[in-house]
Design a protein. Sequence first.
Length: 268
Amino acid sequence: MMEKDRFIAALLPFCDTVCEYDRSCGKLRVCKTGLAQGISDKWYSVDELRNIFRDGCAVSAEKDVWTRYLSGENLRGFFDGNADNDSFRLRLRQGGQAYRQYDIRIDRVNDNTLVISGRDTQAQEQDVLTGALSRNHYERDMSAEAFRGGVALVDMDDLKLYNDVYGHSVGDKALWALAEVIRRELGTQFCRRCNYCQPCTAGIAISGIFVLEGYLNRYGLGDWAKQRYAAMGKKAGDCVGCGACEKRCPYQLPIRQMLARCKDEFGA
């Protein structure tokens, strides 16, 4: 195993968060983090540090993953087993911004010390040119059953011809323009059907209503959408305005405002 200080020093330039766990005292020292301010080079119990991180950022649906891996019991268990390392993934939200994806790794560097490191890997799932989420993003979310929905495959005719005749810079502009058209048509306030907003205080199937709104306005199936909406037990107009759904939405959608719009469009 590597010397502890050398191991930590090698991680610092590449990781957003690095912590050292000391088996003898059962506490963590924060070597580096962007998840909270003013806590570096201080020792905390596992529960104390987890609560500090939770105050600074919201953990999404992977709460069970957080509790399983970053628990005192699991960290102590590293010294009883044969494993020298483990890794997992969390999605965190900082400062009210959109969720970010972190890959976190735990390494046993000696018989008394674990090093926990985390990297923000969200950028790896975004296309540099268009800013659109990549196939890797959807494959990850769908394989983990964290995302419910589908992926639209959009084919762009003659892109190779654009590149060959006019140069790759023109081809890049064409791709960027296509992405902008898709963004403009979909808008920024649309439901991804992740259902993190559930359960609704009033019992409304929130994502189901937004799906029907799409059929009403985009797909030329207005009569069918109205029939299905009429058959729903709870409708957009039943929203009590508590805002609990908005606090859980990873995309920061103004759900109450969107439900009010659906109420006007469907008449209930």
